[in-house]
Write a protein that binds this ligand. Structure first.
Ligand code: URA
Length: 202
């Protein structure tokens, strides 16, 4: 009999090597049933991700907000409307060669930034989503997604305009749509980032 790896490792939460064999349905089921960190107790439902499962483009946000928590889909509130406009500006559409996911799958209370242990616990799900999608480009939306994918702290400004590497997949960063709603003057920089991304893809 083979060795059965535990799905939960005591130190790191979810065991990433265990997820690497999961297909989409198994992964979705596992996220749906997940209680591996304290966020699940305070949210309505998990928010897995949405879009084309063979997309070239993967956009990664931070975590579900109130609207996403209720509807079970990432970026469906005001920030999501702006994200859809950003996609349209570069002739992309949610679900069409685009996948949208978050670093954490459960809404942090009061929309606070997810904590390090919550991110570490949830990250293997995103890693397996990336492994299944095999995107050509990951666009990190905001500092949390950018620094988690990068594996180190940095300011968003210092990360813009450079192609970074996430386990062999190129990734770029831009401002989070929620930040752009609060600071519309920064939209011009986000537009630059999107043009950079299109250039990288072509
Ligand atoms: N903000 C995020 O980072 N993700 C969402 O899904 C919604 C808002």
């Amino acid at each position: 009999m083979g060795i059965v790896e535990p799905v939960l490792s005591p130190v790191e939460g979810l065991n990433p090597s265990c997820l690497s064999s999961l297909n989409w349905n198994e992964l979705k089921q596992m996220v749906r049933d997940c209680t591996a960190c304290k966020l699940r107790a305070g949210c309505t439902q998990t928010v897995f991700g949405v879009g084309d499962e063979n997309a070239d483009w993967l956009f990664v946000g931070e975590g579900p907000g109130a609207d996403e928590d209720l509807q079970g889909e990432p970026f469906v509130g005001q920030a999501g409307k702006l994200l859809d406009s950003m996609l349209a500006a570069i002739k992309l559409k949610r679900g069409d060669n685009v996948y949208i996911a978050n670093i954490v799958k459960c809404r942090p209370p009061g929309n606070r930034t997810p904590e390090a242990d919550e991110i570490a616990t949830c990250l293997p799900y995103l890693q397996q989503q990336i492994a299944l999608i095999k995107p050509r480009l990951i666009v990190a939306l905001g500092k949390t997604a950018a620094t988690v994918l990068l594996g180190r702290d940095a300011t968003l400004g210092s990360l813009r305009g450079t192609v970074h590497d996430y386990n062999g997949t190129p990734h770029l960063v831009t401002y989070h749509p929620a930040y752009l709603l609060r600071s519309p003057a920064e939209k011009a920089k986000a537009w630059q980032d999107l043009c950079f991304a299109v250039q990288r893809m072509s």
